[in-house]
Design a binder for this molecule. Structure first.
Ligand SMILES: Cc1cc2nc3c(=O)[nH]c(=O)nc-3n(C[C@H](O)[C@H](O)[C@H](O)COP(=O)(O)OP(=O)(O)OC[C@H]3O[C@@H](n4cnc5c(N)ncnc54)[C@H](O)[C@@H]3O)c2cc1C
Length: 407
């Protein structure tokens, strides 16, 4: 039997859950937030220590709460972001219970509304906002069990000392893989980096940061309908002051670039051809972005300096012109593999038909077909910046207005 009733239940105490609470409070709507661990848990236990935020300090904000900083152009650490979200929680002062996990969410029998099961009992709610994050489940290829070395997903990687001595293979060269590979190389490790298709972007161009350009050109407001099929996130980094990533520079410093990992057996990895094509693809994304900016500057008559040097190309290093086709881990002294292979969602605990065949949430701008059930904080919820710190506030306001209108 349900033992507690609430108007709106928010599940998840990350940035999205806290922002939702702020928006509900602003409208005088009663609610409760449940967080299974601690506020901002993922920034505490699922990010490595040396992570630098990809967004410059000036652009980091939560609703009515800017990020405190001493240099607008620097990049925050994971610890800075935890402090910021904690400070935001103190500002919002949400009705929150930490250490309470919702293990099952179902609809009320024969009535509208929901029942959330937790170890402490059940909670009945008229509305539920699911804010459990865009990155809930690690994606690791099945190859894992075939490799007789230390292995860790990027979400559980902490620092270079965590790994046994020796060379390291980083599988995946998105924003996480690129930053981790560079960190390991700077820590004196020999690094092999498996690079697949990617979209690398300039850190700065024509004296403005990439994030500034996204906002100026309203690219951060592109909707899922306008986006088309492209899904790859941009490879940008705030590490070491924030620099444009060209994997050829990593190779010039001694890193070995590899193609996509295809198979693994007996400690040997088979590598697919196509590394040069992946780099060329990344270059195309980069140059296309520069072209879009140049066109925008011209159209708007902006007085921002030309930057022809940004188009300088670096020749392909030997590991690209004559790529490895197989890698014998023990012969190369590789003692660890880091899987920077991405994340998925996990809505298996939601016993309501609101997911598709792939397990992804079905909604429009966070509003589902089930009255009173909402999602917040997912990638591309309503626009590109829906899952960014700076973008969740607008989506939360839309959901709070919807809840108020349907009371
Ligand atoms: C490596 C990496 C780097 C990133 N860098 C940036 C960046 O530079 N800039 C940026 O804007 N974004 C960045 N992001 C994205 C950012 O981390 C996420 O957008 C952000 O964490 C999402 O916040 P959220 O509140 O939606 O979800 P989360 O932070 O995932 O919070 C969800 C919360 O829900 C809780 N929870 C889950 N299931 C339950 C349950 N059943 N019951 C109760 N509680 C539950 C979890 O414990 C968690 O605390 C990065 C992400 C990664 C992985």
């Amino acid at each position: 039997m349900p033992n507690e009733k609430i108007a709106t239940l928010v599940i998840g105490g990350g940035q999205a859950g806290l922002v939702m609470s702020h928006r509900l409070k602003q409208r005088g709507l009663s609610h409760l937030v449940l967080e299974r661990q601690r506020i901002a848990e993922r920034w505490r236990s699922e990010r490595w220590e040396g992570l630098q935020f990809q967004f410059p300090n000036w652009s980091v904000r939560l609703p009515d709460f800017p990020f405190p900083h001493s240099d607008p152009d620097k990049f925050a650490s994971a610890a800075d972001i935890v402090k910021f979200i904690e400070a935001y929680a103190a500002f919002v002062s949400p009705p929150i219970r930490c250490g309470v996990e919702v293990t099952r969410l179902a609809q009320r029998d024969g009535a509208s509304g929901f029942i959330a099961e937790t170890a402490d009992g059940t909670i009945e709610a008229d509305n539920v906002v699911i804010a459990t994050g865009p990155y809930q489940r690690t994606l690791v290829p099945d190859l894992l069990r075939e490799l007789p070395v230390f292995q860790v997903h990027a979400s559980r990687y902490r620092n270079p000392e965590q790994l046994p001595p020796g060379a390291v293979l980083v599988a995946g060269a998105g924003a996480s893989g690129a930053q981790i590979a560079e960190e390991l190389q700077r820590a004196g490790r020999r690094v092999y980096l498996s690079v697949g298709r990617h979209r690398r972007m300039p850190r700065r161009y024509r004296s403005r940061d990439f994030i500034w350009w996204l906002a100026a050109m309203r690219i951060d407001h592109i909707t899922p309908e306008e986006r088309g099929p492209a899904r790859l996130g941009p490879v940008i980094s705030g590490a070491y002051g924030g620099r444009t990533i060209d994997f050829r520079n990593f190779a010039a410093d001694g890193m070995t670039l590899l193609g996509h990992i295809e198979a693994a057996h007996d400690g040997v990895i088979e590598i697919a051809p196509g590394l040069a094509e992946s780099l060329a693809d990344g270059d195309l994304a980069y140059v296309t972005f520069l072209d879009i900016v140049d066109e925008y500057v011209k159209r708007r008559g902006l007085e921002l300096p030309d930057e022809p040097g940004a188009r300088t190309t670096i020749p392909d290093p030997p590991c690209v012109t004559a790529p490895l086709q197989r890698l014998d881990l023990s012969a190369e002294g590789i003692s660890a593999v880091i899987w920077a292979t991405g994340y998925g969602v996990d809505f298996g605990w939601i016993d309501i038909p609101v997911t598709d065949a792939k397990g992804e949430a079905v909604h429009r701008n966070g509003i589902t077909d089930v009255p009173g059930l909402y999602f917040l904080g997912l990638q591309w919820l309503s626009k590109l910046n829906s899952s960014f710190l700076s973008g969740v506030g607008d989506d939360a306001a839309v959901l709070a207005d919807h809840i108020r209108a349907h009371r």
